[in-house]
Design a protein around this ligand. Structure first.
Ligand code: AMP
Length: 426
């Protein structure tokens, strides 16, 4: 038993898993560029008030899951918290840097770790990774559909072909308060049947009862009044237009009247991504929505915005379950080996020369027998072994194709072209 372990709810991403995450990051970065979103970084921690004000003090994320940090010394009397999500910090940065004077919308993207001090379980960690995309300063509805489509494309590119979009509108300050009141009255009539936690929420935030994780709530939630039937004119028009845009883009979606998302700041469009057949909040791969009041809550001018956050951890878990975690990532194309245990300088020199040409090559610097070195190269997933022997004096080496288990003598000068061709084929 080792004396130290990674903290509960966190884990080390060992190289194979890290490669699967890196692959998702590459897909996300590439998509962000193609869709015109530029990268931004915000600190991993913020004043806790950014989240309390922005996300809402009586949401799960702030009330139960905020990872608060107290400095052990210093004059700073601030209360800090590790970021549980990226949107509030990005909107804080939008206000702080006067981004409302930039061309609107400001389209930004961020991929990185988030922290929630929740009870850890499968697919739910205290440190996890998200890809976050925000379009701030655009009231939609077209950009809403663009983002929903972008998220759907991410899952397709990642290799999850069975991800479906669930869509809802949660109204705005014109129509939501009356609905929340009606919902409160509805659940109030069934207060006796509510689990204790849900009864407390009834007074603070009845909307949250709709995405309750309590099995006992399922039937009550299913029969609850829905926002979709009570949207004001402009919100109903907005939802209809988002749907029309999605249909024009050929994006299938399911209307989900109970999809309210856990955070206070959402208005109108909300959406989540699920693998087909998956039920329950726990299973959401990602989600997002419109937050037309958030920038103002954080001290800026009234500014509409919309964004999403797609979790990487659950995508990697899903890919692993499919046996397709992008494991081929990151290995060397070739390993330079040799039988002479004292000739490591020659192995290193040749590997360096091939790396100069941009190839991923490792030199085996051990004194192991040649057979063992070749086994090591196969285990690493290399396609070739470059075997140094006496022919080196004539400028030649044995090039062993590890996939085909064939071998031939080639001139060192031809190696680069041969390995390049293989890299392209792989
Ligand atoms: P949320 O903002 O809570 O809807 O989170 C968006 C996505 O981030 C979720 O759909 C998950 O994929 C991921 N996510 C959120 N919380 C966690 C967590 N504690 N552990 C792993 N992934 C998470």
């Amino acid at each position: 038993m080792p004396s130290f372990r990674a903290p509960r709810g966190t884990r080390d991403l060992l190289p194979a898993e890290r490669a699967a995450f890196a692959r998702l990051e590459r897909i996300a970065r590439d998509l962000a560029v193609r869709y015109g979103y530029r990268e931004i970084e915000t600190p991993l921690f913020e004043q806790a008030a950014v989240f309390e004000r922005g996300i809402g003090a009586v949401t799960d994320v702030v009330e139960k899951e905020l990872f608060r940090v107290t400095p052990s010394r210093g004059e700073e009397r601030e209360r800090w918290a590790l970021r549980p999500e990226a949107t509030a910090g990005i909107c804080r940065a939008y206000v702080e840097h006067g981004m409302q004077t930039w061309p609107q919308p400001v389209r930004v993207s961020l991929a990185g770790p988030m922290f929630r001090y929740d009870r850890p379980q499968a697919g739910r960690y205290r440190q996890f990774w998200q890809w976050d995309v925000e379009a701030i300063g655009d009231p939609g509805p077209a950009v809403d559909a663009e983002l929903v489509e972008l998220g759907a494309r991410f899952y397709r590119d990642a290799g999850l072909g069975d991800v479906e979009v669930r869509l809802n509108s949660i109204g705005d300050p014109a129509c939501r308060p009356a609905y929340v009141e009606e919902l409160g009255a509805y659940f109030g009539r069934h207060a006796g049947a509510l689990p204790e936690l849900e009864r407390e929420r009834l007074t603070t935030n009845p909307l949250r009862l709709l995405d309750s994780k309590e099995p006992a709530m399922a039937a009550l939630v299913a029969a609850a009044p829905t926002m979709a039937d009570r949207l004001c004119g402009p919100c109903a028009e907005h939802l209809a237009a988002v749907r029309a845009h999605l249909e024009a883009l050929g994006i299938a979606y399911r209307l989900e009247p109970t999809l309210v998302r856990g955070l206070d700041y959402y208005t109108r469009t909300t959406f989540e991504y699920y693998r087909r057949g998956a039920e329950g909040q726990q299973q959401a791969l990602g989600g997002g929505g419109r937050y037309d009041g958030l920038v103002e809550l954080l001290g800026g001018k009234p500014t509409p915005g919309i964004g999403f956050a797609l979790g990487f951890d659950r995508v990697v878990l899903a890919l692993e379950a499919l046996g397709a975690a992008g494991a081929a990532d990151g290995g060397p194309i070739a390993v330079v080996v040799g039988a002479n245990p004292t000739a490591t300088a020659a192995r290193l020199a040749l590997a360096t020369r091939l790396r100069d040409e941009g190839l991923a090559v490792r030199a085996d610097l051990s004194a192991r027998k040649l057979g063992r070195q070749l086994e090591g190269a196969v285990r690493e997933g290399a396609h070739f072994a470059v075997i140094l022997g006496d022919e080196l004096a004539d400028g030649a080496v044995q090039l062993r194709d590890l996939d085909a288990a064939s071998q031939k003598l080639v001139a060192v000068d031809d190696l680069v072209a041969l390995l390049r061709r293989k890299t392209r084929d792989a």
